[in-house]
Design a protein around this ligand. Structure first.
Ligand SMILES: Cc1cc2nc3c(=O)[nH]c(=O)nc-3n(C[C@H](O)[C@H](O)[C@H](O)COP(=O)(O)OP(=O)(O)OC[C@H]3O[C@@H](n4cnc5c(N)ncnc54)[C@H](O)[C@@H]3O)c2cc1C
Length: 306
């Protein structure tokens, strides 16, 4: 039998978007429940976050993310640390289901961010399952000491991963399919100045193979097939919105949002959003404040103080 909860607003996600929204709603005395796989979100992968005002020396992604839990607790936000499997609409309510819990809410905020894109080549899944290939950085840095690492990608995340590993890895190769990068100039400059990072152009990954505790990369380089041997590989070729758990009706609402809906998407999960912490926080704050206004104006509800 699942735990059943009824609340005014349910929020899914413990990243900057929903954490900000939850704190604002809690401070406004609105009844809420936040459900998330973990607290902190994607920013814990970041080497150094330098574009958040208030941190003149930058802040390590993991440290920044770690502070959310304390702030949520201090604001009195009830948190359920579980993975959401299904979200559906029944009449004018939303049902959010995990393996253990069912939450019925009048309003629902979804801030589930993005998931890394896969290359979809032979051997990728096996390498991932054998912990030779990774998409996220935050939980694997400890294995990267003195290793020979390949990072596949050409954007900010690939460059950020390379810089993150610069002081622990032996050699790092950024492997990109063209000779162009979409990374910020400041990250390119740091990569160019690093002794142990090289950038390989026009290199298209065709296949991975695991042999003798190494990962073999079969790469098409300028029309020729070559082999590279690495200890570990990171794939950082972009991210896509994460909303696999939505029912068909709600996917259609995601694609055609209604302004008066009580279902709100906040932060990176939104299509075409610029993926930045301050934008995710701003989204969360705006939607929370609009919702509080709506609850007070249309429903005459004034919340309770915490
Ligand atoms: C390497 C890297 C470096 C970055 N550097 C910067 C930077 O310097 N500056 C900057 O502004 N931004 C940076 N970003 C982007 C930033 O991390 C995101 O824009 C921001 O985290 C988005 O916040 P969000 O709350 O929308 O989503 P996320 O942070 O992705 O949070 C999503 C939350 O939803 C939860 N969740 C997902 N699916 C489920 C589910 N099914 N059930 C329950 N919970 C679920 C997750 O556990 C997580 O808590 C970087 C990103 C990466 C990957």
């Amino acid at each position: 039998m699942k735990n059943k909860l009824i609340t005014k607003v349910a929020l899914i996600g413990g990243g900057p978007a929903c954490a900000t929204a939850a704190i604002q709603l809690a401070r406004s005395g609105i009844e809420i429940v936040l459900v998330s796989k973990e607290i902190g979100g994607t920013i814990k992968n970041a080497n150094l976050v330098e574009n958040l005002i208030g941190y003149p020396h930058g802040v390590v992604g993991k440290d920044f993310a770690k502070s959310f839990q304390l702030q949520l607790t201090k604001a009195g936000v009830p948190i359920i640390l579980e993975e959401v499997l299904i979200v559906e609409q029944t009449g004018n309510k939303y049902t959010t289901k995990t393996a253990e819990t069912e939450i019925i809410s009048e309003y629902l905020f979804i801030g589930t961010g993005s998931v890394p894109k896969k290359l979809d080549v032979e051997g990728e899944k096996e390498a991932f399952l054998n912990r030779k290939l990774f998409y996220e950085m935050y939980n694997v840095k400890q294995f990267t000491d003195k290793k020979n690492i390949g990072i596949i990608g050409s954007g900010d995340v690939a460059y950020d991963y390379a810089l993150n590993l610069q002081n622990v890895a032996n050699k790092i190769a950024i492997i990109r399919r063209t000779d162009k990068t979409s990374s910020l100039p400041i990250l390119q400059k740091r990569v160019n100045n690093a002794d142990n990072i090289i950038v390989l152009n026009n290199s298209v990954i065709k296949k991975f193979e695991l042999k003798d505790d190494k990962i073999f990369l079969y790469v098409e380089e300028d029309g020729k097939l070559i082999t590279m041997v690495k200890d570990l590989v990171f794939v950082a070729i972009g991210r896509k919105p994460n909303y696999d758990f939505l029912s068909e009706d709600l996917v259609s609402e995601y694609n055609n949002p209604k302004t008066d809906s009580k279902l709100k998407f906040v932060g990176d999960v939104n299509k075409d959003n610029f993926r930045q912490v301050s934008i995710a926080m701003g989204d969360g704050m705006k939607v929370a404040m609009e919702t509080v206004k709506r609850i007070i104006e249309k429903e005459g509800y004034h919340g309770t103080s915490r």
